[in-house]
Write a protein that binds this ligand. Structure first.
Ligand code: NAP
Ligand code: HSE
Length: 433
């Protein structure tokens, strides 16, 4: 029997994901060796404070100095799991420049510097893999890059943040308070080091930028994705939505409008029988729609240490399997250079909850403000609350620019006592159709 090849890894970060990558590689060593013909092991681990006691890996593997990994010629793969853009960008750049392959789960980094790093990997004839950067354990990057080449993709949308989906599910099912649900998401390792990235939609926007870039072969960065988070979704909205047979979800939507692209993240109301409405907890789900495939839905755990570690290990295995020929990475990723379709021109349906004076003529004044901009009301329910009332309204589909003008006008009416905060309502096919 031939001795198996030995592949040495330098691991950057030993937190929620990094520590699970270590244990998964240990536990699955025999399986991985059978699949790849190689013995894969972690040789060095970078952390901030290597003197701290840590479960799992032996203390001698830890270092506080990245140069120990960079200058170790035996290490051929660097796995970056520290998160954030700095110093991750410098570490990943240096690793690629030294010809090492990189595996990363860092959507913040890729949505800002991805195309520079992809090109650098190409120039250096090495690989950068990033399955775990989007949708946790779901192999959506691999499916997009390898299985959808001839699918004629037109849209890609879904739930791509586990923390907010967990919070919305808890608030809806158990009436949990927002802060309690967030604390539980942090405790279970779903949230980012700075959880405001989850809550304000930036984490989902970064993932949608990566997905859109890969799906449509164009360069979409974080700044190209308009995002609204769940900060302003209240327990009342969730309860009223449930009365209307709707569920609240934070959606990421990327769509081609002929040869222009629009990518956004926003909270949306979905009919209870929509497949995304039943995606609960920290699960994610992504719909791919295309001329040749109709519709494919991929779903599974979108966050969590071990779940994400499984995607990281799958990337390590792919990098090892492709070490002689990087295959897809020999070709430029963004060869189309599409223009963007403006948000204001997208046609959407909106839900709106307004706190108003409970007096005659109020509804007429509000309807008139919307009517002036060609925005028509589909349904309205009034909920009495003492001297005040709440109007829960759903509108007919309208260009977003017109709806924004109508909201501005209505917001100036004295009878309205709350800041109007509309939520989009998605149709049966999702993504604003
Ligand atoms: P984490 O628990 O905060 O762990 C971060 C690790 O990186 C820690 O070990 C930390 O060292 C180390 N680190 C941070 N800054 C460093 C620096 N400047 N120099 C050296 N080491 C440094 O993070 P995580 O949840 O594992 O997330 C890691 C990455 O995976 C992020 O990009 C995240 O977005 C992504 N991700 C996470 C999940 C999830 O469910 N958690 C899912 C998908 C993707 P110390 O231990 O010394 O503090
Ligand atoms: N914080 C992220 C989420 C981790 O909740 O989805 C997975 O990328």
């Amino acid at each position: 029997m031939e001795p198996s090849e030995k592949i040495n890894i330098g691991l950057l970060g030993y937190g929620t994901v990094g520590s699970n990558v270590y244990s998964l590689l240990e536990e699955q060593a025999a399986e991985i060796k059978k699949a790849t013909g190689a013995s894969i092991s972690i040789n060095k681990i970078l952390v901030r404070d290597p003197s701290l006691p840590r479960a799992g890996a032996p203390p001698e593997l830890f270092t506080g100095n990245f140069e120990d990994i960079l200058n170790d010629a035996a290490i051929s793969i660097v796995v970056e799991l520290i998160g954030g853009t700095e110093p991750a960008f410098d570490f990943v750049t240096a690793a690629l420049e030294h010809g090492k392959a990189v595996v990363t789960a860092n959507k913040q980094l890729l949505s800002r510097q991805g195309f520079y790093l992809f090109r650098l990997a190409q120039d250096k004839k090495t690989q950068i893999s990033f399955e775990a950067s989007v949708a946790g354990a779901i192999p959506v990057i691999k499916v997009l890059r390898e299985s959808m080449v001839a699918a004629g993709l037109k849209s890609i949308y879904g739930i791509v943040n586990g923390t907010t989906n967990f919070i919305l599910t808890e608030m809806s099912r158990t009436g949990a308070r927002y802060h309690d649900a967030l604390a539980r998401a942090q405790e279970w390792g779903y949230a980012e080091a700075d959880p405001s990235e989850d809550i304000n939609g930036k984490d989902a926007a970064a993932k949608m930028a990566i997905l859109a870039s890969i799906a449509f072969h164009t360069n979409v960065g974080l700044d190209d994705v308009a995002c609204t988070g769940i900060e302003n979704v209240s327990r009342l909205d969730i309860a009223y939505a449930r009365d209307l047979g709707l569920a609240v979800k934070l959606l990421g939507v990327a769509r081609l409008y002929q040869d222009r692209i629009n990518v956004r993240v926003y909270p949306a109301l979905l009919k209870q029988d929509h497949p995304l409405a039943s995606v609960s907890g920290a699960y994610n789900a992504v719909f791919l729609k295309g001329a040749a495939i109709d519709e494919i839905m991929l779903s599974g755990p979108g966050a969590g240490g071990m779940e994400t570690a499984s995607a990281v290990v799958s990337d390590i295995v792919s990098v090892v399997a492709r070490r002689e020929s990087p295959g897809f990475l020999e070709y430029p990723v963004a060869y189309r250079g599409l223009e963007f379709f403006p948000d204001e021109e997208v046609v959407s349906t909106f839900y709106l909850r307004l706190e108003v004076e409970d007096e005659p003529g109020v509804l007429a004044a509000i309807a008139s403000a919307f009517g002036k901009h060609g925005v028509s009301i589909q349904s309205v329910i009034q909920k009495g609350r003492g001297a005040r009332a709440e109007l829960v309204m759903v509108f007919h589909p309208v260009k977003e620019a017109r709806f924004a003008a109508a909201i501005e006008e209505a917001g100036r009416l004295e009878v309205i006592k709350s800041t109007p905060r509309p939520i989009r309502v998605e149709g049966n096919h999702g993504g604003g159709e």
